[in-house]
Design a protein around this ligand. Sequence first.
Ligand code: C2E
Ligand code: MG
Ligand code: MG
Length: 763
Amino acid sequence: MTATLRAKLAPLLVSVFLMVVSLAATAQIDLTEPESQWLEEHRASMKVGVVVMPPYLSARDGDGGLEGLSMDYLHLIERALGTGFQHQVFESYGALIVAAKARAVDIAVAVSETEERQNYLDFTDVYSHLSNKIYTQKGHSSQAEMSDFAGKRFAVPEGTAVANYIRNNYPEIDLVETPTLRAAFNLLGAGQVEAVGGSAAAGYFYSVKDGIDNISIVGNVGFDYHLTFGTRNDEPMMGVLINKAMASITPKQRQEIEDRWLTPEDTQRVDIETLTQWLVIVGFGVTSVLLLIVILWNRSLKREVSYRKEIQKEVSFLAYHDELTGAYNRQFMTETLAEYVRLPRSKEQTTCIILIGLDNFSLINDFHGQKMGDYVLSHMSERLQARLSGSSVLARNGGDEFTVLLRHSANRTSLSQFADRLIAEISLPIVSGDQSFSLTATAGISIHEGELYEPLRLLEQADLALHEAKKKNVGSYLFYTSEMSDQLHENQQLVASLAEALYSDLFYLEYQPQITLHSGELVGFEALARWRHPEFGNVPPDKFITLAEQEGLIVTLGDRVLELACKQGSEWLKQGLTFERLAVNVSVKQFVESDFASKVLNALEQSGFPAEKLELEITESVFLGDRVQAKETMGKLTRQGVCFSIDDFGTGFSSLLYLKELPVTKLKLDQGFIRGITHDYSSLQIVKASLQMGSALNMDVIVEGVETCEEYQILLGLKCQHAQGYLFSRPLKPNLITPALLRQISTSVTAICTAEKEPVTEG
Ligand code: C2E
Ligand code: MG
Ligand code: MG
């Protein structure tokens, strides 16, 4: 190149160089004007303090450069901000913290947030978690707790949060602080300390990569690290920028970093290689003594491999991840949450949990098989993950529930919108091969607002909200409210006393008369359970029956009702009271028990109550289950004379096929239809159609919930035969039921209602 050409090209090369430099110095993330300006002013001087602490940071042999998990994060942050940091390497962790305190460095790498450090540092989002283990020399007992080291020498790296933790919580331990964890392991190797406290990942690094052997993990220290970058808090902008850069690191990049530094390599290879060498020697040496040595050697190698594998397991991905979906697991979620909630925060920094439950997920397993179920869970996990930003955490709780943890959640409106988006994401169709189906999801949301110090409570609150939402708002979400806790507390108290109450006077039956409409004469009674709680008073049956069903008490309750009703029926007959039927409600869970029929027959036998006077009220949901078994149970009982009616007819299952297949003799029309009969055309038509169907199938139809003369007259006009309702009588305690009272009921109702208005006739 000639001198003239060089002279001409020089300015061009300089401008290209400047362009490259300025391009490199451009942030890849969106920054506000003040943020860009601050970065511009401080770009050249930002100093990062680091300590060699494998695998988070290690010094490379040869060039003396740095590498490790934290360095990977730092590089991504540098790239996002379009800047480079100066690195200052410290000899010990303690020295780094001293420098951070003195503002000699701007950013400290791999620090856990503590209250003391909040005085001089701001903390970014957590970028890695590591559990601290107790290491002893091999041959020490296989398990130990911190308290076992009272009065013994226990080494930890100086200035670390774990050293503080041990000093504060186990003052009786003789704490030995070493400049590095490596030095602590050296003391352990030399037998100068009894144990070492350090991260599992570091232990793995030293033992496998650095050749320190003769150590084993015997327990947990009880304090785990949640690593962040600590930035000087007199320059708040620095923390804001680093956090912004961290939020741009994708879950995939995070995963790659973890895989690179925390997932151990396969050490099996070493075993095979060494073994082969020994086999060759044996092949040539051909003496049985050598063979024996090889076998022993191999054994020791195997032990070595399994020991290393044990450590690998400790540090492996699985400790904090769900095996099926690869999302974080509950352990990780709880630890991260504890970290977020532990320190007092400003109002804007509320932490929030959105707990998402897939609706009817078990049907996928039932109808499409477990493999499809697993696929759906993994797929849903990916969909949810794709909706989250960098600092949010997704975990699978196990089963069909996912937790989303938001560190800096916004206001309720945007949380609602976000929950809606997550739910909508789940309900998109799932296509697998030639199958396509969709699911819905329901969510519970809890927010950490200032006062909550117990992190698990936030999870419990989200759980409660989800539970409520599943009852009241399926396919949508509910925010946790304190009333939900009150309700839960009350229900727990109720459940605790229900089992006991069943055999006391506080649990009893009332009986509601059923009459023939045109004459007002008694045909029978329905037995209805009652519970008077010493503290809460009369608990509505709908409530305690539901609780008993949820808590597995319904079968015991049902048995008790049958026993009491049969006894009462038998007594009335002895007293000369005439009635055709005594109806007892039976819940599905009770009916499907294999010994249900024999229990009923037993109750009849014990009380002497005739089977042909017993009517069992079942609901349509009974036929959703095993129909063959239902038919068998009903057959056994009808052969003895017991009859079956369908309670709340018209409100459940829509197929009427069961009426043809199963021995049902009576339909009890739900009171909802009777309520509408006076003003709602369709209710009237349903009642009419049911009466016609009953007559065509030769079934008795009884209506429940008749309250007014108007309803009475319409039903009379429709030629309805039997009824039950407050108009005739409320449910009564048995001692009030006398022939005189029944006579009075029959005359008064017919007299009042027929006098008031002539019955309406059909057409
Ligand atoms: P159900 O079997 O449909 O019982 C009829 C309910 O309607 C009873 O409520 C009864 O008091 C009420 N009722 C009767 N006539 C009228 C009326 O004219 N107007 C109004 N508004 N209501 C009327 P209760 O006693 O509160 O029982 C509610 C539900 O609790 C029952 O509905 C039944 O599902 C369940 N239950 C009650 N006792 C038992 C039991 O021993 N075993 C089981 N498994 N469930 C029971
Ligand atoms: Mg009933
Ligand atoms: Mg009913």
